[in-house]
Design a protein around this ligand. Structure first.
Ligand SMILES: [Cu+2]
Length: 208
């Protein structure tokens, strides 16, 4: 084939394999590949240049909901943050303490992301979730999803929360802090370990 065609294919292949997507809750907008608006860039803090008023709002349980990511890198560190209010640009609540280390390309479903205690939210409260992935040089990618906390919202279950074969995530141990799941383990166990680690941290936080 012509060199230009080969280069175009190579370029589109790189776009297709680069970066990450949020599958659930629905992200503010598609920032991946050719479907993306040219103004979007996942390198851009805090939300890849996507405004928070596009109207893609997903109902999420008051005590935390599911998160499904479409990962395209061999591995990455993952941080999930929360900002309260409408059209959020300030994500000051960490939902991944400790943060996560994912391995493998594909879908990662975290069945339930636990929220900090005493979060000032109620039925109908608007918020946004920010997902940050971090590479070995500190390079960061950003995407956001807008949510509405709802009493009757539920977490994903069954087929809606499936992690791809070969994809796993583990909570990262920092400074000797002992957390569950600090080593990379199998898919389901790994995901459970995340929830366990977050729950453990929550309990620990209450006891001090
Ligand atoms: Cu990338």
């Amino acid at each position: 084939m012509a060199l230009t065609t080969a280069l175009a294919l190579l370029a589109s292949a790189q776009v297709a394999t680069a970066h990450f997507g949020i599958e659930y809750p629905t992200w503010r907008d598609n920032t991946l590949g050719s479907a993306s608006t040219s103004n979007y860039s996942q390198w851009e803090y805090p939300c890849a240049g996507v405004p928070g008023d596009l109207g893609n709002v997903t109902d999420w349980p008051l005590d935390g909901g599911s998160l499904v990511l479409d990962l395209h890198h061999e591995w990455t560190y993952i941080f999930v943050n929360l900002g309260l209010g409408e059209n959020v640009a300030n994500f000051n609540y960490s939902l991944t303490d400790p943060f996560l280390n994912s391995t493998g390309n594909g879908t990662l479903c975290i069945p339930k992301v636990t929220l900090p205690a005493n979060l000032p939210i109620q039925d109908g409260s608007l918020a946004s979730i920010q997902v940050v992935t971090l590479g070995e040089k500190g390079q960061s990618l950003y995407n956001c999803a807008d949510i509405r906390f709802r009493q009757n919202a539920t977490v994903l279950s069954g087929d809606a929360c499936k992690t791809s074969e070969g994809v796993s995530a583990a909570a990262i141990e920092i400074g000797g802090t002992k957390t569950a799941g600090s080593t990379v383990v199998g898919v389901n166990v790994g995901v459970l370990a995340i929830v366990a680690a977050l729950t453990g941290l929550f309990v620990f936080g209450l006891s001090v």
